[in-house]
Design a protein around this ligand. Structure first.
Ligand code: KG4
Ligand code: ZN
Length: 334
């Protein structure tokens, strides 16, 4: 029997809904909130208010695009955490209300697990076990994936996430939030070896990015004293050099872990997986080591509900349903 699933994602500043038939995406709709750009970062209260406004039209649009009526749905999957509590609450309550009204099961999904499983939304699909580097605005995790619902976090960032490193250094360059995609765009025409920023020394499989941010800050301060137009005159080279530093930190750890664990199937997921420098570096390690690498298409890298839907589908197959008495305030970790 085919399973028709509605999925809802509202953990941060994107309101998203998707409709899946089994593991195939029929519709994937994302409404990105514009209200935060002027503030240099996400304002949690604004985010939850925007979700309240966006949820109904986004869900309606997804059902319409998929040509699926509410009464045909078999279950509703939603992001249970981690994320901003107000944003999560809006999604949890919406999903719960709709599931109760339709008398169908609810499936709670971990946002980071969903980023990992987003690699199954495209072809070819990785084989188990594989290593997944999950890099987003809030997290940086190195995950050993044994099966769809069986995964272990081997290493994490000790301070800033990779996306935060992009966004915070972008802010120093004068870019609006989120600056990661802008660094990527300007880096295309820059020299990645023009400037060098310190690389962290972190034992094991953890990451650290706060030192890089500080090193960029001090570097810019000193250069701007000599030349007030330093950023403007070197924007492409600065972006390319910052991007290379972040990508190097990520790739070095990923390669080291794969070698130690003797794993040759490697995936990268999450918003930062949209970065062209990281995607190029991944293609490079495939060529150098002969490993197979996987990265989702761009629409499935940044926050989306299709990844919540595919995780929900695997949970549906195992009958892992949530009660209707969920406490959205309780911690929910991978
Ligand atoms: O996964 P995501 O959409 O949301 C979270 O779960 O955090 O990731 C958002 C992050 C932001 O930090 C954004 O700047 C970064 O992904 N990002 C990029 C690119 N596209 C998105 N960073 C670098 N290059 C990109 N092309
Ligand atoms: Zn995310």
């Amino acid at each position: 029997m085919d399973i028709l699933l509605l999925a809802i994602e509202s953990s941060c500043d994107d309101t998203a809904a998707a409709v899946l038939c089994n593991d195939k995406v029929l519709a994937n709709v994302v409404s990105s909130q514009k209200v935060h750009a002027a503030h240099g970062g996400i304002i949690p209260e604004f985010a939850s208010r925007a979700h309240l406004q966006n949820l109904v039209p986004v869900v309606d649009a997804a059902l319409h695009q998929a040509d699926v009526a509410q009464h045909q749905l078999n279950a509703i999957a939603f992001t249970r955490g981690p994320g901003l509590i107000g944003s999560l609450l809006t999604g949890v309550m919406f999903a719960k209300g709709m599931a109760l009204a339709l008398h169908i099961p609810l499936i709670e999904v971990n946002h980071m697990q969903a980023h990992v499983l987003s690699v199954f939304l495209n072809e070819p699909k990785p084989r188990f076990p594989f290593l997944c580097l999950t890099v987003s605005g809030g997290h940086t995790q190195l995950v050993l994936v044994q099966d769809y619902l069986h995964m272990q976090v081997l290493g994490e960032t000790r301070d800033d996430a990779a996306g935060e490193a992009f966004d915070k250094t972008a802010k120093l360059l004068g870019f609006p939030y989120p600056g990661g995609p802008l660094i990527d765009r300007y880096a295309q025409k820059g020299n990645p070896d023009a400037f060098r920023f310190g690389q962290p020394i972190v034992e094991g499989w953890d990451f650290s990015f706060s030192g890089l941010k500080t090193s960029v800050l001090y570097f810019l301060r000193s250069r701007l004293q000599e030349d007030p137009n330093f950023i403007k005159n070197n924007l492409h080279d600065l972006c390319a050099s910052i991007q290379k530093s972040i990508v190097d930190i990520l790739i070095k750890k990923l390669v080291k872990a794969a070698q130690q664990l003797q794993i040759t199937e490697i995936a990268v997921a999450g918003g930062v997986a949209a970065n062209s420098g990281l995607r190029k570096a991944l293609a490079g390690i495939e060529a150098q080591y002969g490993w197979k690498t996987y990265v989702p298409s761009l629409e499935y890298c940044t926050d989306n509900a299709a990844m919540i839907g595919i995780t929900g589908y695997y949970k549906y197959l195992k009958k892992e349903f949530a009660g209707h008495d969920i406490n959205p305030l309780a911690r929910y970790a991978l």
